[in-house]
Design a protein around this ligand. Structure first.
Ligand SMILES: Cc1cc2nc3c(=O)[nH]c(=O)nc-3n(C[C@H](O)[C@H](O)[C@H](O)COP(=O)(O)OP(=O)(O)OC[C@H]3O[C@@H](n4cnc5c(N)ncnc54)[C@H](O)[C@@H]3O)c2cc1C
Length: 329
């Protein structure tokens, strides 16, 4: 039986940064994620969106940030298990924890849960007949900006995602129309101002009535929800940004103290179970702000506290990352 020092559940930005720190502390690390790729929400939902609030990067593309995180995390060669959902967590005594996934079992001295918002899925347009257009012009998130080059695009929604995608795709699409059922946006004011300054056609108080097309989207019928007047738009792509819902899934049954949809942690990142730590979006404490930047700090705190738990000879404070390099050099 292989025994890892620490198993990290979730390979989003927080889990990746924690994997780096685990390697830096000389620990044997395993990273497990249910998705087929590393990068968590960034990879799944917004690889081509610019991120403006990661310290040290005035702006960085989602996929570029993930690429750098992967480079940083994999330099110490952690074991990486993708396409594997952790379903059970058992305290085995003798400071050993057993994880059961849908494929196999893993054993570790400590576990760091960086499971973000759990398994997540986009909120879909309610009309069931629209499902046949999914992947055939109708999408719920953007995998590649290039897929939209020279297309006539309809974006649906009034939150940050809808507004950001309109701005990021402006100049790539041939035309972009945004419909929103109200005249108030749930997006940063500065983004909304940029939206109105852009070439995007903004149609407030409008909703989707139907999509047209035989095999692919060839048009969209929208209507004014005040006058009920209908209009047909000749679009070949529709991007519905209606938010997404998340589900903690299996985590709920692991005996952890939860707070709404998150795991309660101490200032050391400890959960209510010995040897089990949590960080990033999944971790809850008073004043929590769910951001990439906060996840990085929490990963450093939780992982270094876990290091001292795993090996009491290790200090919590890791020293400075350059110290090790200085010694090596
Ligand atoms: C559209 C959008 C735009 C955003 N823009 C910004 C921004 O500009 N700036 C910013 O700071 N934040 C932004 N965020 C928020 C940011 O993405 C999150 O705060 C961040 O991804 C949290 O990272 P994480 O590693 O904690 O969790 P996640 O990124 O959610 O990663 C968690 C990983 O855990 C895996 N997982 C979950 N449960 C299990 C299980 N049981 N077994 C195995 N694997 C599991 C999931 O598959 C996932 O890969 C945005 C979010 C969205 C949706």
């Amino acid at each position: 039986m292989e025994l890892d020092d620490i198993a990290i559940i979730g390979a989003g930005p927080t889990g990746l940064f924690a994997a780096y720190y685990g390697g830096f502390r000389g620990l044997r690390v395993k990273l497990i994620d249910s998705m087929p790729e590393l990068g968590g929400q960034i990879t799944a939902l917004y690889p081509e969106k610019f991120i403006y609030d990661v310290a040290g990067f005035p702006r960085v593309l989602g996929k570029e940030l993930v690429r750098n995180l992967i480079d940083q995390a994999l330099q110490y060669r952690p074991a990486v298990c993708l396409n594997e959902q952790v379903q059970e967590l058992h305290l085995e005594g003798d400071r050993r924890i057993r994880l059961v996934t849908d494929r196999q079992e893993h054993h570790a001295r400590a576990v760091l849960i960086t499971a973000g918002i759990g398994s997540f899925a986009p909120r879909k347009l309610p009309a069931p007949e629209l499902a046949r257009f999914e992947g055939k012009g109708l999408a719920y998130f953007v995998r590649s900006l290039e897929e939209y080059r020279d297309l006539d695009l309809l974006v649906i929604g009034g939150g940050d995602s809808a507004v950001d995608w309109c701005l990021n795709l402006d100049g790539i699409t041939r035309s972009t129309t945004l419909i929103h059922r109200r005249d108030r946006f749930r997006a940063y004011e500065d983004s909304v101002k940029k939206l109105y300054d852009s070439s995007v056609r903004v149609r407030t108080f409008h909703e989707l009535e139907a999509l047209l097309g035989a095999d692919r989207v060839e048009g969209a019928v929208i209507y004014d929800n005040r006058s009920k007047a209908e209009e047909t738009l000749p679009v070949s792509a529709v991007l519905a940004c209606l938010g997404f819902h998340s589900n903690l899934g299996p985590l709920r049954s692991w005996g952890l103290a939860l707070e709404d949809d998150a795991i309660r942690v101490t200032t050391r990142g400890e959960t209510s179970l010995p040897g089990v730590y949590a960080a990033g979006d999944i971790a809850a404490y008073p004043g929590k702000v769910k951001l990439i930047a906060t996840g990085f700090g929490e990963a450093a705190t939780a992982l270094n506290n876990a290091a001292a738990y795993i090996n009491p000879a290790l200090k919590v404070f890791p020293g400075h990352s350059s110290t090790l390099l200085d010694k090596a050099g």
